[in-house]
Write a new protein. Structure first.
Length: 77
């Protein structure tokens, strides 16, 4: 990973490109990212399990929305 050591009052503008280590470009950035990949591994795929309706509390649905869903073949029929 690139070490961005800046001491003093150096502004992070065009002058910062002259600071050692900031001129690597896209190739250096891609290399840094490739080295960090093992730290960002995603866990194994997690599948959601069904939840019992008895465990769902505090959900309120307005009557108009309930009627709308009841009329949809995917949900109500």
């Amino acid at each position: 990973m690139t070490n961005l050591k800046i001491h003093g009052d150096t502004p992070l503008g065009l002058e910062a490109a002259a600071v050692e280590g900031l001129g690597g470009g896209l190739a250096e950035l891609r290399g840094d990212c490739a080295r960090m990949v093992p730290h960002w591994e995603a866990p194994a795929r997690i599948t959601a399990r069904p939840v019992s309706p008895a465990l769902i509390h505090g959900v309120t649905v307005p009557p108009a929305s309930a009627r709308l869903l009841d009329g949809m073949s995917d949900y109500g029929n």
